[in-house]
Design a protein around this ligand. Structure first.
Ligand code: FAD
Length: 390
């Protein structure tokens, strides 16, 4: 027996993109149904992104006190680029007068879920979409946790269902998209230790890249460059600390028990189409970036801001112009972010086939960024995020 639900906007995926979209639509009085295949607990405990652009934090402010980004998160006014054993601070405040916030994605999701449920949002966990039927009244074909079919009929369907999107087939079809693979990945750890530095350190070393990041006064997140096929169990804790430490010469890492480890493979991807008829894609469903520039979640939020405005005009005034413009408008920022993420990745990692020339050129590139006011400003502007309205 199929359960049929009718709504104005059906949103597949309760990640940052889907939840923020339902919030922005609700602000204009537009009702939506959000489904997610995972349980609330799984969503709220998966460790992913950690850096919020200033514009993302400002948009989160609109959910009111439920957003703890400014109270629990930490404002960072700079990062350090480290190479040849020396640190070089990129001062965001000085270069562009902006900042980022260190506030983990799962905390953002806890805040958004709490705010959406408090507002009476129809938010269904454990409901998996199998596909989308396009048309004037598009439908999401799904099933609940017991396998009972659920059909959501809407004026518009949004695929915010992440990098393995099922909605993408209804929009981008078999043509799918353009992508680039990278010959390395990140080995990530969470450990119980005090911070090794106040700000993030992006370190390039002859042994590869490492990122020293923080979570709180007692928990730290760090990554080092590894082979994409690395087995997380292949290293003892001591070996993991050795791998990290040799990639951050000049700073003594403060060690502690490692309680989580993962390998994060990355690639750059952009779907060929972001909208077809009454179905559109946002966030990782539309594009993915390597994590080096901290753009993924922020880009998802930027898409949503554009799409929410377009859906408002379409659903409340019957004006389709912003919706028609959405793929081009969103693509401008997406490709800037693709470039920045690729650039940070290629500048900081050591490719397995790098020659002596490649290595010296890379150091020249790093020097031309840190020793130039304009180089530092470009990095600071992109890292803190271009204005959301641009
Ligand atoms: C380790 C790591 C570190 C990262 N660091 C950063 C960072 O510092 N800064 C940054 O900006 N980004 C970072 N990112 C990227 C960021 O996490 C993603 O870009 C972001 O989660 C995208 O949000 P989204 O809402 O588009 O997709 P997702 O967060 O992937 O959400 C999609 C949701 O859809 C659900 N779903 C999927 N398929 C279905 C289906 N068929 N039916 C129903 N539900 C479905 C999923 O369960 C999920 O909850 C990082 C990612 C990783 C993995």
């Amino acid at each position: 027996m199929t359960t049929t639900v009718r709504t104005r906007v059906a949103i597949i995926g309760a990640g940052p993109a889907g939840l923020m979209l339902s919030h922005l639509l609700a602000q204009s009085g537009i009702e939506s149904v959000v489904i997610d295949q995972r349980t609330r607990d799984e969503i709220e405990s998966t460790i992913r992104a950690g850096i919020l652009e200033q514009g993302t934090v400002e948009l989160l402010d609109t959910i009111g006190p439920a957003s703890r980004a400014r109270t629990v998160g930490h404002r960072h006014d700079g990062i350090e680029l480290r190479f040849e054993g020396e640190g070089h601070r990129i001062d965001f405040a000085d270069s562009v007068g902006r900042a980022v916030w260190l506030y983990p994605q799962h905390e953002v999701l806890k805040d958004l879920i709490a705010a959406r449920l408090a507002a009476g949002q129809d938010l269904r966990f454990g409901v998996t979409a199998d596909g989308v039927d396009d048309g004037d009244r598009p439908r999401v074909l799904a099933r609940d946790a017991d396998g009972v079919p659920v059909e959501i009929e809407a004026d518009f369907v949004v695929g915010s269902d992440g990098s393995r999107s099922v909605a993408r087939a209804a929009v981008a079809g078999a043509r799918n998209g353009s992508f680039r693979e990278y010959p390395f990945a990140w080995f990530g750890i969470l450990c119980e230790a005090p911070p090794s530095s106040e700000e993030l350190i992006y370190s390039n070393s002859p042994d590869g890249f490492a990122l020293v990041s923080q979570r709180s006064a007692t928990v730290q997140r760090m990554y080092f460059q590894c082979d994409p096929d690395t087995d997380t169990a292949a290293f003892s804790e001591e070996q993991l600390w050795d791998e990290l430490q040799k990639r951050v010469p000049g700073t003594t890492l403060r060690q502690g028990p490692i309680f989580q480890r993962d390998v994060l493979r990355f690639r750059s991807f952009v779907a060929n189409e972001l909208r077809r008829g009454r179905v559109a894609l946002v966030g990782d469903a539309a594009h993915t970036v390597p994590p080096t520039g901290a753009k993924g979640m922020n880009l998802a939020i930027a898409d949503v801001r554009l799409l929410a405005a377009a859906l408002r005009a379409f659903l409340l005034e019957g004006d389709e112009r912003l919706l028609d413009a959405y793929p081009d408008t969103a693509s401008r920022r997406i490709w800037k972010a693709q470039h920045f993420s690729w650039w940070m990745t290629s500048m900081l990692h050591v490719a397995p086939d790098a020659t002596a020339f490649d290595r010296r050129r890379q150091l020249g590139e790093l020097r031309s960024v840190v020793e130039s006011e304009h180089g530092r400003a470009y990095l600071a502007e992109a890292y803190c995020g271009w204005p959301l309205d641009a």
